[in-house]
Design a protein around this ligand. Structure first.
Ligand code: MG
Length: 376
């Protein structure tokens, strides 16, 4: 079963106020869109992000990620059609369509919509309306409305891929959401229970409410890692993925990248999933001389599989020589590339040990790392 999610982020979001569109505004330390994208990472096989064509900085930022990018259209339905087109060659069976302005969506709700698609060509979360409903002119109540059988519609809305492609192609336009287009094509849409916390950020005060929800739901895990490798013969060392010329090399079973090993162990530690030695036993000859990137990628993929995204990592290298400062930004960029993070989520710094101890005597290099993981 191949699944995908389309996150529609091409809207102007003018109601929220300010110059910045709401998907790029900060929310609990990140941007709205970052939270929303993270919620779907590891939950589906492919994620399409639909961006406004004029949003150059977003295009260049996200083209380096694992997301598929599609250009927004003249209205929401056109944006969704472009997102569906971007999946045309991937043999998608089930697709979720989600509004970027709902960053509090839970993995439980995503999975609930996906499972409902096993029994129905379309499924979407709805919240039964419990408040009394009035009609009014803004000043006075002019009448009451029966709420029986009324639901507030949410996203992600899920569909069998071929069915929603045809439904959108046949729709004359003006549909409020994808469920409306699906129903117009005769598809049955199953209602799964919505989530009151899955709010759509629409008004300025919604940011504070979303932060409160995230604060109560946030599942944060920390891990630490520590590693040492001894100096031996050689003319370079590999530190945090970067080759640094030196009059000695580091000894080890793999490429002896002490910094990358500490970060990898910090991620395993945060997940309570052991350490590198457990996943890649040094007794196994296939890891001899291996690039440590293999270990780090494994830890990152394990985090994704377990539903966590890496919020940041911080790595400290302890040595007198080589000097790390001139290479630190290349190390951050390389570590970020391997982990699929932005460079501002990765810190690499260094200290000496004041010529004390084994690092002070230049017998080897030590490294410490911390990783912070957040449940998506
Ligand atoms: Mg090591």
């Amino acid at each position: 079963m191949t699944t995908a999610a389309i996150i529609v982020a091409a809207g102007r979001g003018t109601r929220v106020g300010g110059d910045i569109q709401k998907q790029w505004r900060p929310l609990a330390g990140r941007r709205v869109a970052d939270w929303t994208i993270d919620r779907f990472q590891g939950q589906v096989d492919h994620i399409v992000l639909v961006l406004s064509e004029g949003d150059q900085s977003a295009w260049s930022e996200f083209e380096r990620t694992n997301l598929i990018l599609a250009a927004g259209g003249s209205d929401r339905a056109a944006s969704v059609r472009n997102g569906l087109d971007a999946l045309a060659d991937l043999e998608i069976e089930h697709v979720l369509i989600h509004d970027v302005a709902r960053p509090c969506v839970t993995t439980d709700l995503i999975q609930c919509v996906l499972s409902a698609l096993n029994d129905s060509p379309a499924a979407a979360p709805g919240l039964a309306v419990t408040d009394a409903l009035w009609t009014g002119d803004g000043h006075f109540v002019s009448g009451t409305q029966d709420r029986t059988g009324l639901f507030a519609a949410q996203t992600p809305q899920g569909f069998h891929y071929g069915a929603i492609v045809s439904a959108h192609a046949a729709h004359p336009g003006g549909a409020a959401d994808d469920v409306e287009a699906a129903r117009a094509a005769g598809l049955d849409v199953a209602i799964v229970p919505g989530d009151a916390d899955n709010l759509k950020i629409t008004r300025p005060e919604d940011f504070a409410r979303a932060e409160r929800i995230m604060g109560t739901n946030m599942n944060v895990r920390l891990g630490n890692g520590y590693d040492v490798h001894r100096f031996g013969d050689g003319d370079h060392v590999i530190l945090c993925g970067v080759k640094v010329p030196h009059d000695r090399g580091l000894q080890g079973h793999s490429d002896a990248d002490v910094g990358m090993h500490a970060v990898t162990d910090a991620i395993y530690g945060a997940l309570a999933q052991g350490d590198i030695g457990q996943h890649f036993p040094p007794s196994d000859p296939q890891w001899k001389g291996a690039a440590s990137e293999i270990f780090l990628r494994h830890a990152v993929e394990l985090a994704e599989t377990m539903g966590y995204s890496i919020s940041n990592v911080d790595c400290t290298l302890v040595c007198e020589y080589p000097k790390i400062g001139p290479h630190a930004s290349a190390m951050r960029a390389e570590m970020a590339r391997i982990m699929g993070l932005r460079a501002d989520q990765v810190s690499v710094k260094a200290t000496t040990s004041e010529r004390l101890g084994f690092t002070g005597r230049s017998e080897g290099i030590a490294s410490l790392a911390t990783a912070c993981l957040v449940k998506s």
